[in-house]
Design a protein around this ligand. Structure first.
Ligand SMILES: C[S@@+](CC[C@H](N)C(=O)[O-])C[C@H]1O[C@@H](n2cnc3c(N)ncnc32)[C@H](O)[C@@H]1O
Length: 371
């Protein structure tokens, strides 16, 4: 056996706890581990590999020259996979872990919905899979300036886009407001179309979205119009799309914030029933452009009116379920505390104690799949 076994592997530290390895050499080293018949020798070699990787952190190892195909691995995940090999009690178990690691380096396995490599799913720790989203701070980076009253935190479209689209696919947000969804599309290399009733808001959003730097060739457009009646097929065609693969809707939470004086604005609906009728009209208008089998995420919160909790979220969910959608998840997301809310905290607490209610601290993200 070659000594030391892993001297040929070139590793270099890269950014946030990740490591670049020469794919071919790393696969060859794993192949050598796999060919061993004795657990002691296998452990010894796996231990050498672990040391080499740990050493690269302090810059001891040689930088990859870039002539080979590099694979980038999360250092902590790789270390834990090597630990599993080291701690295996039998040679068969150790080889099972070696083969699993090799598969993750050699092959990419994705579903038809996104680009998550399922062979290396442990590395995707940025993707939330729990139904409770506590996001203490909004993302303020790049063009996310949070200038628009009633916007959502960028992390919402970020999560949804990563989970339900592949690079180059199309996202539609018919209540695009300040363009949060489109900024995320640019970052993540997805194409995005936004609809917005207010020309003024759309124009400002368009300018800011364009300022977001992208290293992808993502296309983003905002079309001014009423999401209930706009010719969605034509809007898509003008942008070069035929169908969309993800629909993200963040409508007004009825009249909680008045977005304009326009009677076509959902925030001006005269009653909950009228709001739901308008919301249903948007659904019917846009449903045809969403590809079957793909996802629709609705972000909405509830409201109070005359001492009663109005479950707008669940009412809207029922509207969707009357159509050809199945419910995949109900996510509950915390409201971040704004300065205005902080200043009024005690007043709201008093009101809640007197009025027998609880203070809103959450909104919903309903996730549906089109049948
Ligand atoms: C809750 S905000 C969306 C905010 C957006 N997610 C963001 O991060 O900026 C709802 C938006 O829907 C728009 N809107 C209301 N009625 C509409 C309609 N019928 N068609 C299109 N947009 C509408 C409002 O002008 C407002 O900008």
């Amino acid at each position: 056996m070659k000594q030391p076994l892993f001297k040929d592997i070139q590793a270099s530290p890269s950014g946030y706890g990740s490591i670049h390895l020469d794919r071919e050499e790393f696969v060859a080293a794993l192949g050598e581990l796999d060919s061993m018949d004795e657990i002691g020798a296998l452990r010894k070699s796996a231990g050498e590999l672990k040391l080499l990787i740990a050493g690269s952190e302090s810059g001891q190892s040689v930088d990859a020259q870039g002539n080979g195909d590099l694979v980038t691995l999360r250092r902590d995940v790789l270390a834990s996979e090597l630990d599993q090999i080291l701690e295996a009690r039998t040679i068969e178990r150790a080889k099972y872990y070696v083969k699993r690691l090799e598969r993750g380096v050699k092959k990419v396995k994705t579903s038809s919905l996104n680009d998550i490599n399922l062979h290396r799913w442990k590395e995707h720790t940025e993707i939330v899979t729990d139904s409770l989203w506590i996001m203490p701070k909004r993302d303020h980076t790049g063009a996310h300036l949070a200038w628009y009253w009633g916007n959502f935190v960028p992390q919402i479209p970020h999560q949804l886009i990563l989970r339900y689209t592949k690079k180059g696919e199309w996202v539609l947000d018919p209540f695009v407001g300040s363009g949060t969804t489109l900024i995320e599309c640019r970052r993540l290399g997805r194409n995005g179309i936004g609809l917005e009733l207010s020309a003024e808001v759309a124009t400002r959003a368009e300018e800011l979205v364009r300022q977001e730097k992208t290293r992808h060739s993502a296309k983003t457009d905002i079309v001014i119009g009423d999401a209930r009646t706009i010719d969605a097929q034509r809007a898509l065609a003008n942008s070069g799309a035929n169908q969309i693969q993800l629909l993200i809707m963040h409508p007004p939470y009825h009249d909680i914030i008045s977005f304009s004086d326009d009677s076509k604005d959902l925030s001006n609906a005269s009653s909950t029933d009228e709001f739901l009728k308008m919301f249903g009209d948007v659904l019917d208008n846009l449903d045809p452009v969403l590809e079957r089998g793909r996802y629709f995420a609705l972000v909405i919160g509830d409201k109070y009116s005359k001492g009663e909790w109005i479950p707008l979220g669940f009412y809207c969910m029922s509207e969707v379920l009357k159509r050809r959608y199945s419910l995949k998840s109900i996510v509950v997301k915390n409201f971040e505390e704004t300065r205005a809310k902080r200043d009024q905290k005690q007043l709201w607490r008093y009101r809640a104690l007197v009025g027998g209610f609880y203070i809103f601290k959450h909104e919903y993200i309903f996730v549906f799949k089109k049948k």
